[in-house]
Design a protein around this ligand. Sequence first.
Ligand code: PLP
Length: 385
Amino acid sequence: MPGYELLGKEEFAEIKHLFDESRILFRHSFDHLRNNIYKVKEFEEAFAKRMNIPHALGVTSGTSALRVALAALDIEDDDEVITQSFTFVATVEAIIESRAIPIITEIDKTLNMDPEDLEKKITKKTKAIIVVHMLGVPARLKEIKEIADNHGIPLIEDTAWGCGGYYDDIPLGTYGDIGTYSFDFAKTMTTGEGGMVIFKDENLYEKAAAWHDHGHENNPNLPRWEDSRSSSGFNYRMNEMQGAVGLAQLKKLDYVVAEQRRNAHLIQETISDLPIKMRTIPENSFETADALVFLVDNNQTARRCRDALLEAGLGTKILPEAITWHFAGTWDHMPELVQRNGGDLNKAFPKSLDLLNRSVSLPIAINMVNDFQTKIRHALTPVLR
Ligand SMILES: Cc1ncc(COP(=O)(O)O)c(C=O)c1O
């Protein structure tokens, strides 16, 4: 969560540099006016280096990052794309915008994609899988990747919440074929709005780069207005101000994640003897600790935990109550989902519903209130004992 907490003189210095030395806010062209300053390109290169992957493409949001990823995979009408029930609505919107059919899996105790249900939902029409590392906890990537590989289906990691996390020492977003990130204002690193798509495969990267820019191939032998093209596309280009802020934020990423993990750990230690179960973190994984989630016996207790926290001036995040934007079982406004899942979404994902109803999520920031861990414990103890 706390990218915005650290917005300060480093981001301002990058913006000042852009305005003092260039004042070109478009990522392309104007070469004779820009003093060789290309902030988006520099940000993409720095991000790719940090994630240890060859190609990164800056885009306007985490939602457009997903849409661009699906475009690169040539998803066509009526192809099926599988994702998980607990995610932000944007993951499914990107599938619908690609004219594909969203197929939703249950979650497991990691609160991410259940590999067993994934296996059951694969059909001949499945063209991509989008796994999500919700609230910064890695999904069971090893099993999910194995299933995807066995069926020859590309794996996209929606890393909106997982930026800076790892699985088997591999940066989240780089375990599968394509990784997408969000830099909206609530994310671990922020550019106000913005996103990134990263690729191992050069061909996929080039397709995505052209598609996100009306099909422009940026042919070095042609001026932009005469540029070559081989497909249509759209406009999801990042601008130079976002690139500038992103450069400064990226340098803070590891600090943000370390601080979040420290704060989450302090809370976990302080409440560990209460009758709760912590969300399962897969072995060999390194979470970003955007939130700390624990499970109680039933929804009533979860709601009482929330009320007690609120009364003490503390909050929860998304769970147990504010799941409406984050749980497919509530998205009655999406006819594509309702038809496909028997007409009643409330009954469509019973395992996910049970887990989410019993989960309480504590938001983690860098600047928490004084002695937050003790305050959280005091608020929860009368409810749980
Ligand atoms: C899992 C997930 N995917 C995608 C997005 C979309 O990102 P953005 O807000 O940058 O469009 C979000 C935003 O919260 C998200 O939580």
